[in-house]
Design a protein around this ligand. Structure first.
Ligand code: B12
Ligand code: SF4
Ligand code: SF4
Length: 418
């Protein structure tokens, strides 16, 4: 026999920043909203998100017959103020700076579930991000946090910088209540999102989200969205970085809070955020890096030219044990090409030319050609236009030829007809 207080004690002992409980009844209206979201195409090309998947995710007893409670947990992962990026560096979202959270969260959740089982028996099923379970809806129902307008769960102690998991259990535990706080009239995340992915209400359109585009999207990224991606090469933290409850949790000193406010102001000026994306985030002179995901080496950013020519072998060794392996190696090269198109200068032309000529993946060649066009448009284009014309002669892939044509246009030199 075990009571809710003891379950929570075991959860905290396993290393979770919040542990709360809710009933295992079907999630409504969240389940219906999930299906509406899919009907609107907002899952984009994440093909595993189907109507059936949404139904199972909102109905715990289809996963664990006899389930009576859901124990919802949050792992805080803030890793400190983002260090200065430096020129020509690609940004990585905070949750992927260190060890793969699936492993860290999974190990803790299994240890927690084993401890509960040892005291009370019963059947349990653990979920760490990937299973059919609406992590955020359980976290909101149990009061781990509230769902903000950036669609993430915000906790009172760690803002939205938490990763979520849950244990479905046949134990009958007394449930907690949802929180009574919320975002109020704040809309900062909605206006700061550089691609306009947030809204209406508390909903996201993955098709426009940089996190989706850089990590999940396996193809060409729409040209219209590329400038807004700035220097992000894996994920995006903007709608969390501008969020006051999340900032309050971590920016303690007056200096840090001033730097945060300056970052928010520049994020809200779209023309600046596109031209100079490195001003988007709060900066501070020092970087304090700690937390469960950051015990080893951390990588908040990468050299863009290095990433642009990343081999499969380097990808395997350099990103072993990190969440970055969620993206394929060629997707990282594609993302590097976009970031270089946004911030690169003349020093990137030879790297981009090599990628546009030699990369085995046509999407990377096409994006490198696009980046050349962007660099040319910024820095004066005669030499780059000549390179693009040369590339056009050698290229056979229709999609890349189309990209080169468009890049020539951007560089201000259309190919002469005939
Ligand atoms: C698919 C997915 C994505 C997609 C879609 C994101 C999304 N917002 O759902 C993409 C690839 C874009 C993505 C990005 C990110 N993700 Co993600 N992702 C998932 C995943 C695997 C499934 C989420 C899902 O099913 N979404 C479907 C939609 C329908 O869910 P929803 O947004 O919650 O929908 C609700 C609202 O729209 C609301 N709603 C709709 N209409 C209305 C109207 C009213 C009036 C109201 C009140 C509400 C409302 O109701 C819906 C149902 O509850 C979960 C893990 C999991 N199994 O849950 C992680 C998860 C959501 N991701 C996570 C993280 C960390 C991220 C990133 C921060 C990573 C990064 N730094 O790049 C970004 C954040 C982007 C963002 N602003 O959301 C964490 C979030 C942790 C937290 N604190 O909330 C999760 C929970 C993983 C985990 N286990 O920790 N992700
Ligand atoms: S993660 Fe970035 S692109 Fe996606 S909704 Fe948030 S701010 Fe917008
Ligand atoms: S920025 Fe404002 S509206 Fe967006 S999630 Fe944070 S508190 Fe809510």
């Amino acid at each position: 026999v075990i009571d809710s207080a003891e379950v929570k004690r075991l959860g905290r002992e396993a290393g979770f920043g919040a542990v709360r409980i809710c009933s295992a009844d079907d999630l409504e209206p969240e389940g219906q909203r999930y299906q509406d979201w899919i009907s609107a195409g907002r899952q984009s090309e994440m093909r595993w998100i189907t109507m059936e998947y949404a139904r199972r995710s909102s109905s715990p007893r289809t996963i664990l017959p006899g389930a009576r409670s859901v124990i919802s947990v949050a792992l805080a992962y803030w890793g400190g103020t983002r260090p200065e990026d430096g020129a020509l560096r690609g940004r990585i979202a905070r949750y992927a700076w260190g060890a793969d959270y699936h492993r860290v969260l999974g190990e803790r959740l299994r240890a927690f579930s084993d401890a509960v089982h040892a005291q009370a028996g019963a059947e349990h099923r653990c979920f760490v991000d990937t299973g059919p379970a609406m992590d955020k809806a359980f976290a909101a129902r149990s009061g781990v946090g509230w769902q903000g307008k950036n669609t993430n769960i915000l906790t009172t102690h760690f803002g939205s910088f938490v990763l979520l998991g849950e244990i479905l259990t046949t134990l009958a535990l007394s449930p907690d209540r949802p929180l009574t706080v919320g975002c109020g009239s704040c809309r900062l995340c909605i206006v700061a999102c550089p691609t306009g992915a947030l809204g209406p209400e508390y909903s996201i359109d993955s098709r426009r989200c940089i996190s989706y585009l850089t990590i999940e999207h396996r193809g060409s990224i729409p040209r219209a969205l590329r400038p807004a991606i700035g220097q992000w090469v894996f994920g995006c933290d903007i709608c969390q970085d501008v969020c006051p409850p999340s900032a309050k949790a971590f920016h303690q000193s007056a200096e840090e809070r001033r730097a945060w406010a300056a970052g928010v102001r520049s994020a809200l000026r779209p023309e600046e955020s596109h031209a100079e994306p490195q001003t988007l985030l709060p900066r501070a002179a020092r970087a304090t890096v700690s937390g469960p995901l950051y015990s080893g080496a951390i990588r908040p950013s990468v050299d863009l030219l290095w990433l642009l020519s990343l081999s499969h072998e380097e990808y395997v060794t350099e990103f072993r044990g990190t969440a970055i392996r969620r993206a394929k190696v060629w997707m990282l090269r594609r993302n590097a090409a976009i970031a270089l198109g946004n911030v690169g200068d003349g020093s990137c032309v030879s790297g981009l030319t090599r990628a546009a000529r030699e990369d085995e993946h046509p999407v990377v060649r096409g994006h490198a050609a696009w980046a050349l066009g962007q660099v040319a448009a910024r820095t004066g284009g005669a030499v780059v236009a000549a390179i693009l014309r040369e590339l056009l002669q050698a290229e056979d892939d229709m999609s890349v030829i189309e990209e080169i044509g468009s890049a020539l246009d951007a560089a201000g030199r259309r190919p002469s007809s005939g």
